[in-house]
Design a protein around this ligand. Structure first.
Ligand code: NAD
Ligand code: IPM
Ligand code: MG
Length: 355
């Protein structure tokens, strides 16, 4: 039976980069085209325009019945003025929650050929190969919120960072397991010098250590981690951290690779996985045909590996991307004054490199 992939192109550059990933998937399955079925649904601003909701019921039903979900990006200035629960981003959060994808894996790999695209010194970014595991369905993104007004101090707004032991344990477990399969080092990132939720996080990590004696564990405060990511990135193997810290640190880590456009992600829980590049809808370049499709193409490879039991085809896509980068092809975000190619041409090159 065909594996059911739900495609959520979303907004801005989303439709272009998802189209690229689908072309690559079709090519890598050209010997068995019946193995995958694709279904398009709406999420984000596009869904608001059509249905009034950022995560329509129809999309919810489709993703829950799928084997995996591939998402482009959501958001844009057109929808920025709406109330919080009717923003495109609220649809994305509701999607993650509905799928229960609590572990967001964001691998960061510096390709040798792209080192000069990073603003950092060559020797800093060289050899970087780390994995950020970001808790994705809890923390301040999903805690209690409140808006109000007091007579003495004017308006107030409240967001709450709330974690249960169960939420921490299951994502930290993914961290230990990933470290075990990689270089055996786990960095748990928190703000335990200030936050109670971080102190609980640290206690749970320390509790779990004894079951993973082959993994070395260190605790690093998030501010210090932010500095070390761009000064000594080679010290990291697997980083596990809560939702907001992971969001910020992964965009920072993108600087090591030359562009946020090349970073993929896999969000995993107990049901269908969700796969999306880590970047947004890039309204500044939308419609120009110049978006970097590699983060989405590499997310599709992660989908084949983690949800669709097709690890060899995943390898083939990743090798094709590495070959294209090696040949020197760059989209505008990576060009740094060199010649650049379009989304379409980059996708064509990956497809040609698959052969
Ligand atoms: N997962 C998601 O859907 C997601 C993630 C982040 C931001 N957003 C949303 O996207 C919108 C824009 O946010 P932002 O500008 O802060 O972040 P962004 O990631 O969209 O863009 C940041 C910068 O990186 C560039 N960029 C990003 N992806 C690129 C690609 N594939 N190729 C070339 N250049 C690329 C953009 O042109 C821009 O200059 C906002 O509405 C935000 O909420 C969505
Ligand atoms: C758009 C936004 C809700 C999202 C997040 O904060 O999780 C994005 O920044 C990401 O990293 O996927
Ligand atoms: Mg982000």
């Amino acid at each position: 039976m065909a594996k059911r992939v739900v495609l959520l192109p979303g907004d801005g550059i989303g439709p272009d980069i998802v189209a690229s990933a689908v072309r690559v998937l079709r090519q890598v399955f050209s010997d068995r085209p019946e193995a995958l079925s694709f279904q398009y649904h709406q999420l984000g601003g596009a869904a608001i325009d059509e249905t009034g909701q950022p995560f329509p019921e129809e999309t919810r039903a489709a993703v829950l019945a799928s084997d995996a979900v591939l998402l482009g990006a959501v958001g844009g200035p057109k929808w920025d003025q709406g109330p919080g629960h009717l923003r495109p981003e609220a649809g994305l959060l509701a999607l993650r929650k509905a799928l229960g994808v609590y572990a967001n894996m964001r691998p960061v790999r510096a390709y040798e050929k792209l080192l000069d695209a990073s603003p950092l010194r060559l020797d800093v970014a060289k050899g970087v190969d780390l994995l950020i595991i970001r808790e994705l369905t809890g923390g301040i993104y999903f805690g209690e919120r409140e808006r109000g007004e007091t007579a003495s101090a004017g308006r107030f707004a409240k967001d709450t960072m709330y974690y249960t032991e169960m939420e921490i344990r299951r994502v930290v477990k993914k961290g230990f397991e990933a470290a075990r399969d990689r270089k055996g080092h786990l960095t748990s990132v928190d703000k335990a010098n200030v936050l109670d939720s971080s102190r609980l996080w640290r206690e749970v990590v320390d509790d779990m250590k004894k079951d993973y004696s082959d993994v070395t564990v260190e605790h690093v405060l998030v501010d210090s981690c932010a500095m070390h990511l761009v000064t000594r990135p080679e010290r990291f193997d697997v980083i596990v951290t809560e939702n907001l810290f992971g969001d910020i640190l992964s965009d920072e880590a993108a600087v090591l690779t030359g562009s946020i456009g090349v970073l993929p992600s896999a969000s995993l829980g107990d049901g269908p996985g969700l796969y999306e590049p880590i970047h947004g809808s890039a309204p500044d370049i939308a419609g120009k045909g110049i978006a970097n499709p590699l983060g989405t193409i590499l997310s599709a490879a992660m989908m084949l590996r983690h949800s669709l039991e097709e690890p060899e085809r995943a390898d083939r896509i990743e090798e094709a991307v590495a070959r294209v980068i090696d040949k020197g092809l760059r989209t505008a975000d990576l060009a740094r004054g060199r010649e650049s190619v379009s989304t379409q041409a980059m996708t064509d090159a990956v497809i040609a490199a698959l052969a």
